[in-house]
Design a protein around this ligand. Sequence first.
Ligand code: MN
Ligand code: MN
Length: 416
Amino acid sequence: MISSIKEAVNRRSFLGAAAAALSAGAIFSPIAAAQSREEIRRGTDNHSADNPGPVNRLLQQENASSNTPPDTDHGDVETFWYSFELAHRRIQDGGWTRQVTQKDIPDSKDLAGVNMRLTAGSYRELHWHTANEWAYMLYGSARITVLNPDGTIFIDDVKEGDLWFFPAGFPHSIQGLGPDGCEFLLVFDQGTFSEYQTFLISDWVAHTPAEVLEKNFGLPASAIAKLPTDEEYIFPGTIPGSLEDDKRAVGGKAVESKVSYSFRMRSMKPDFEDAGGSARIVDSTVFPASKTIAAALVILKPGAMREMHWHPNSSEWQYWLKGSGRMTVFSSSGKARTMSFNANDVGFVPAVAGHYIENTGTEDIVFLEMFKSDRFSDVSLNQWIRRLPQLIVREHLHLDNGEIDRIPHAKEPVLK
Ligand code: MN
Ligand code: MN
């Protein structure tokens, strides 16, 4: 009895019966005009989905999945897309910066991001801040410095595909190297973090009386008079000499940090790789300095998908480096929404919400997924199904044992 009721409300049987009824009564019934969104999208003779009013064609093309959602999308799921291309770009002599925060994606309380460019020799001024800072180099190379409270210093050169982690409150600097400086992504573990609210060395000296500075630095008034009187933030500088020379000049091994704050992510061996793409995972188990941010760098070939999964420990903040595709987020209460993504876009997935990403384009998708956690952790829908006794699965999903056996039994982050 129970199973026959279930059968009657099974979505596929229900839709099948409805479609049969529609075609039988098509000539006589006005209900014949009711088509599924999928049918409307494919059809050319139905006006239900057309849009005779004003249209922003460029945005509509960029957001095809919102404009014409898959038939299975349902309910009100908060937006989980934004793009650095929509953010105000603060351009100064020496580079620029822009940010995507919780103001842009209201549900994103854990992480916020900044995209920054420094030309060769230019600095992001010496500073510190309230949040931990994780970074991925998108282009070129940079010299980074960060001071530990114990007085030891870390100095390194990072290039495309490398990352760094600067703990909250630890003072640091970034300088673009030759031949063309750098561009990078910063991720902070506070959703409301603003890159424009950092503690700058120039601001502090500008807002301290000269006599205090003289006493603190042990310098005469003539030297104090040279200090900056306004924030520098991003400004041009001189391309430095070799990394080894810099390290030696500040005191060599005696003052060198025991902790490494950089990591070569792109050049590491993938943790997973198959015909559909690859995944590299970096968290505190391989990069001990990164205590609050875990990340995966995922490559999806055309036609491949990031499998149906969720993360039990954290929300997910994504940055798309390359390619185009779509992500569907499944919420509780039967809600699901699909949005389109392209390079330089930001994606977000609430904690424990199910999701998958499809490569709908013709080139590889490369994206980063970041989590406010010391560990990367995900639950694979396939693996869950395959770890259960088959009776349980048969009676929930109405599959037979042979069909259940065909579902991948191992976690496969990327599926072809
Ligand atoms: Mn910083
Ligand atoms: Mn995920």
